[in-house]
Write a protein that binds this ligand. Sequence first.
Ligand SMILES: Nc1ncnc2c1ncn2[C@@H]1O[C@H](COP(=O)(O)OP(=O)(O)OP(=O)(O)O)[C@@H](O)[C@H]1O
Length: 648
Amino acid sequence: MASNHKLVCARAARRQFGGAFQQAVRDYRGAKLSALTLARGLEERLPGGLSYLPLAFLYDGEVAQLSWEGSVAKANAEARARKTNFRVMARTRPLQPQEVEDKLYESVSSENGNNAIIVHDGRVHRDGRTIYAVHSRFCLDAVFNERADNQEVFQEAVQPLLSSALDGGRATVVFFGQTGTGKTYTARGALDIMSELVFEKADKVELCCYEMAGTRGGREAFFDLLAGEEKKQVKCLTGEDGNVHVRGAQKIVCNSTSELCSAMDKAFAWRSSECTERNEASSRSHCILEFKFPAEGDDSGEAAGLFRVVDLAGSERNFETQMHSRSMAERGGLINYSLLMLKECARVMHNNEKELENEMHVPFRSSRLTHLLRSSFTDGSHMTTVVATLSPSPTDVEHSLNTLQHVGMMRSSRVWETRPPPQEPKEGSDPKGFDAVQGRGRALHSKLQDARKGQLNLHAFQMKTAVGGSIMKKYEADSAKTETFIDARWHRELNVKVQDDLWVLRDADAEATQILSSWKAEQWAASKAHDLSRWSAETLQAFIQSLDLPGQVRIPTTMTGAQLRRLGRRGLAALCSDKATAEALDQALAGESQAGKAAAAAHRSANARMTALGNHKVHAAIEEFEEPAPATPGSNPSHVQQEPALAA
Ligand SMILES: Nc1ncnc2c1ncn2[C@@H]1O[C@H](COP(=O)(O)OP(=O)(O)OP(=O)(O)O)[C@@H](O)[C@H]1O
C-alpha cells in the first residue's frame, strides 16, 4: 500500500488507483444496463417495482437504485419538453489523445433518456487508507455525451433561440465551463451551422463582435474585435429598456454565408488566446458575438431581433496555472473574477428563489460580464440557453462538479417560470413545518424539535447511520447523490456522522430564531423585575403599598430602589414606625432578591438550551409563514411570564 501522504490527494489517487475507480464506474454502468434488461424482461411478468429487486442483489443497494432511477424510472425524462425560456444543458467532450496516453478513463456518464449527467467522483477518506466513489446525478434540460456532434447540439441548444431571434425576439446562448472542455469548439461548430441556415430566413445579418478582457491597469473592459489590430475599447451602457447595450463597436452587414463566415473568422482571429498547460489555444477573454436581424426596410436596427453567442473564457484551478507568466496570471485573475461573480449571481438567485421572504441583492453590477448578461437571467421573455462543457477525465472531476453545481443553481433560480400559480390554503387544513409552530417555553422547544424532524425528512431520504454504511442524500430537488465504498476492509473505521452532516443544511432558522429571541428578551425582563436596584420610585411605592405591614413606612416618594438599598438595614429601620414593620419589610425585600436570583438561574439555563438549539441550525420554512394577528389593544402582554420556564 502506498504511503498515506500520496493517497490523501484525490486527484493523485484517481491516477494511481485508476483500476479500482474504473471498476466503480463499470459497476454503475453495468447496473444501468442490467436495470434496462431486467425492466424489459420482467416488467410485464412481475407486478410494478418488483423487477428492481434482483438488481439490488446484484449490485450495491444505492448504486442499483441510482441506476434504476436513471434508466428505468426516468424521473427527469420530460425535461426536454419543458416549456421555459431558460434552459441548461451539458456537453461532455471525448477523452483527448494525451489523456488516453496517460491511461485516464471516463468518469462522467450521461443518461440521455433522463437528461441527466452522472459524475463518478473517486475520493480518499481522511484516514488516508480508504478510497471510495461518490456518484452524483445532475438533472438538466438536455445532455450530450462524447459521441454527440455539433449538429445535434445546434439542433437542441441553438436552433430554438435562433428562430426566436429571427422572429424579433431576444436570445442568448452561453458556453460555460472549465478550460479546455470544448466551449469554443462547440460555439464555432454551432456558428458555422447557423451561418448556413440563417439566410434561409433573413436577407441580411448585422454582426458585431467584442471581447471582455483586462486593461493594462487591471480593469475589465470591452474591446471591438472587428476593428482589427488596434482593438478599440467600446462602451457598455444600460439603455432605457433596462437592457445593457454595447456602444461604439463596428457593425458589419452580411448578405451571404461567406460574408458572415469571413467576418466571424476575423473576429476569432483577433480574440485574445494563448497556449496554456491545459489548452494549446486557450481563450483569454470572454467573446460575445451579436447578430441582429433587422426587418425589411428598417435600417435603424433598434426593433430588430437579437441573438447573442457568449463564449466564455474557461475557469482554471491552481494546479492548472503553475506555469503561467505574471501577465497570464493577471489576465487569468480577471477571468476567474468575472466567472466567480457569475457563479455568485447564480448562487444568490438560487437562494432568493428558496427564501422568497429574505431576498438578497443579486450582484449583477460587480462585473461587466454579469452586467451584460443580466437580462438573460432575469428577463422572462429573453430566451437563454447555458451550455456547460465538461471534461470526462478523472483529474477534472472537482471542476466538472463545480460547473454542474453552478449551472444547476442557474436552472433552479428560474423555477418561477414553470411553477404553477400559488394555491390558497384550504380552510381548516393542517399547516405543516415551522409555519405551524406556536407556543413558548418548554412546549415551544419540543414542538420545534418535532417540526425540525419533519423538515429533515423533506431533505434527506434513505439515511443509514450504520458505521461504514452507505449514504444517499438529496440536497436539491433534482440532484441525487450516492456514495459507495470500494474498499470493504476499512469500513469499520469510517465513522459517518449523518446527523452532523444534516445540521450543516445552510438555511438559517429565521422564524424560530425570531420567536426564541423575543421569548429570551421577555424572560430577561422578567428576571430583572425582581432586582431592587433597578426599581423606579413609582415601582418602589407600588411594592410598599402591596405589602401587608403591621405599621407605617415613611419612604420619600422620590426614593428609587437603588437609594433604598444603599440605606442598609439600620437606615431602613429608621424609616419604619416600629421594629416589627422594619423586620417585615426587610423580609419582603429579601424574598424579592431570592426570586430575582431564581429567575436569573432559570434564564441562564434556558439560554444555554437555546444556544444548543441554535448550534443545530434548526431549518425553518418561512415561505408561507403567516404574520401572527396583531395584539388587540388592552390585551395583557404579561401572560408570557406565566408560562413555565424551560427546565434546567
Ligand atoms: N466535442 C469535442 N469533440 C472533439 N474534440 C473536442 C470536443 N470538444 C473539445 N474538443 C477539443 O478540445 C480542445 C479544447 O477545446 P476548446 O479550445 O474549444 O476548449 P475551451 O473550453 O474553449 O478552452 P478555453 O476555455 O481554454 O478557451 C480542442 O483541441 C478541441 O478540438
